[in-house]
Write a protein that binds this ligand. Structure first.
Ligand code: NDP
Length: 260
């Protein structure tokens, strides 16, 4: 048998990864490319995504998920690259801004977190749904967090946003039932990426380092990317609803083993 159905042919499948310029997104773009996808790497820092796209034979698309016109340009790039079809969308762009009690939190930090983690996901999903439908076998994979399951002190804005990510994922799965689109969430615990904590603490490297201090082997971006690629390469009828992934040292959000 030589003929391969288009929708199940990994070699011709197209994927979009938002927030592909660093951390989990960059690792995911590499993992999906290794699994045979043509990957569109989307983020704001074009120098980084251009280098990554060259490395993996993909395509860089400058995209700010908080900007309608920018997301429309991503949809146009998808239409061109995938011949109108998109098989995998990884909504990964996101992050935490600030670490304050609800009492003292900056409303603008909360607004920015909701904008990128929730409304960004909404904008990109809405713009790319036609291409996902056209593929006949689409997957929307949202990168959530254990912060979307458990609340913690000084994390109110981020935990609220990631709880929303989870809620939107569940809603989408209900609304798309009957269509050829799977909807999944990969929710990591502690992942030691270069920038996540640094962004959260406004560039304070000491505060960022303290998050991981003494933790033997937090997850790496590659660990999470591996899980995402696994979800994306299950057969079309297999929907992994949610995959929570934590390092062995993190038994629960507050229960982290530290050796010093
Ligand atoms: P990074 O800070 O390394 O990556 C964040 C990515 O999001 C960057 O590529 C950044 O690119 C992109 N991004 C931010 N804002 C926008 C925007 N407006 N438009 C487009 N892209 C944007 O963090 P991680 O890799 O650690 O995190 C990736 C995802 O995983 C996030 O959703 C995060 O919440 C989640 N997560 C992280 C965990 C961790 O412990 N690290 C744990 C659980 C979940 P650029 O600035 O170039 O636009």
């Amino acid at each position: 048998m030589t003929e391969t159905h288009h929708s199940t042919d990994q070699r011709t499948r197209t994927a979009v990864v938002t927030g592909a310029s660093s951390g989990i997104g960059a690792a995911t773009a590499r993992a999906l490319a290794a699994a045979g996808f043509h990957v569109l790497c989307a983020a704001r820092r074009t120098d980084r995504i251009e280098a990554l796209a060259e490395e993996i034979g993909g395509r860089a698309v400058a995209c700010d998920v908080t900007d309608d016109a920018s997301v429309a340009a991503l949809a146009a790039a998808v239409a061109e690259a995938g011949d109108g079809a998109l098989h995998v969308l990884v909504n990964n762009a996101g992050g935490a801004f600030g670490s304050d009690t609800v009492d003292e939190a900056d409303v603008e930090d909360w607004r920015a977190m909701y904008d990128v983690n929730v409304l960004g996901l909404l904008r990109v999903t809405q713009a790319l749904l036609p291409a996902l439908r056209a593929s006949g076998d689409g997957l929307i994979l949202n990168v959530g967090s254990t912060a979307g399951r458990v609340s913690y002190e000084k994390g109110g804005g981020y935990t609220a946003a990631k709880h929303a990510t989870k809620a939107v994922t569940q809603t989408l799965r209900l609304e798309l039932n009957g269509e050829p689109i799977r909807v999944s969430e990969v929710a990591p615990g502690m992942v030691h990426t270069e920038e996540f904590a640094l962004v959260r603490f406004g560039g304070d490297q000491a505060a960022a380092d303290a998050v991981y201090d003494g933790v033997p082997d937090p997850l790496s971006a590659d660990d999470v990317a591996d899980a995402i690629a696994w979800v994306a390469t299950r057969p079309a009828h297999v929907n992994i609803d949610e995959l929570v992934i934590k390092p062995r040292a993190q038994a629960a959000q507050h229960k982290v083993h530290r050796i010093r």
